[in-house]
Ligand binder design. Sequence first.
Ligand code: FES
Ligand SMILES: [Fe+2]
Length: 438
Amino acid sequence: MHPNDNELMCRVGRGTAMGTAMRRYWTPAMQSSDLPEPGGDPRRVVLLGDAYVAFRGEDGVVGVLDEGCCHRGVSLALGRVEGCGIRCIFHGWKFAPDGELVDAPNVADENFKKRIRAKSYPVREAGGLIWVYLGPAELEPPFPHYPWFDVDPKHRINAYLVEQCNYVQTMEALWDSSHLNFLHQGPLSHGGDSDLEFGKKTQSLLLSSQPRFEAEPTDFGFHYAALRPDGDQEIARIQAFIPPYSEHNPNGDLWMSVVPIDDYNSIYFHVWWDNSREIGIEPYRSEHLQFIGLDDDALRAFGMTYDTINDPQKPYIHNGFKQDRAAMRAGQSFSGFHSFTQEDSAVLMSAGQLKDRSNEHLANSDAGIAMLYRTLLKVARSTERGEDPVGLHANPMQIIGRTAPVPKGGTWRDLVPHKRPAKASVEPGVEMAEASAD
Ligand code: FES
Ligand SMILES: [Fe+2]
């Protein structure tokens, strides 16, 4: 990939092409559990390079405002949540969730308040997440509805981590089925013994380390299929991408989303749901998260929470990510890392916080990666041309990830029925070292 295309794809700050495109969508910002109580502490959140304050008023309604107070720029994350609004501790200006200045105790003129407003953003809360729209008001799209919005919280697990690298790097692990057999061979090999759905559902990955890969653009984004031989049939693992944030995992019960904090850090949300089983209650919830390495202790030990990401003692490139070489030598661990999450994070961050892709050599096994790059470039370029970005009007209720058998050499497309463009245009900017399968 040419460095200019890499920059176009990766940079998300205000005024960049990708940053402008991403601000056109509803963005997952945090979990509802980050603002657990009405009237509780506000939180600072950085998205696409800009800082905001999020707070839950005493009525339970969440507000998101620019972090800097519109009086003198002080952080409202230091503020006090009072009633339904937030009060700056510097001079006491108080703002409603819609940005209205409701109190300015150091200004005598009552009319003054009518002339000033904090910059506020539309907010929705659904599926255990708080979503925010950061784009131009006149272009606000309908709020998308996902199947797991309708699930009782007891039937759902929400978890997230923060990763010290560009969002595309974090995302890449999702579109690369062949790394699962290799990097994750340790935790995968234990999955079949457990009662955990995730362990069972990923056992088909062990069928072959050289799957057949296909990736195909759709009107909402793309599908990616990895097919592994199983007797006289193949097991197709099919996943879907709705730009710019949403992966519908082939397990069928998992949604993942990577959101840029800025060009060098990202948030990685996970949502599992199960209509028939209360996976969100203990002890299942903790066992599930521990297996994947997403429990709080494991995340904190690896510096993947907001309060540990800058811990100088955390695993990082200069201490070899504290890889357990002794366990590797003793044959107890293939990778030397705790579980899936830490294995992915170590390798992805080891490439640098925003990697240069000009020396990469994509093979056929990277059909998903190439399609991801092309789709993201298309998102940026189409928005620059004044079009609606790809997937903006997608209906996530009609888009699924799925794992199912198909006849050997057969098509997986019937398993995920969807209208497909008659002729897929191939976005320039990505070269394959091997002839591409897509
Ligand atoms: S800086 Fe916030 S009230 Fe003055
Ligand atoms: Fe992975």
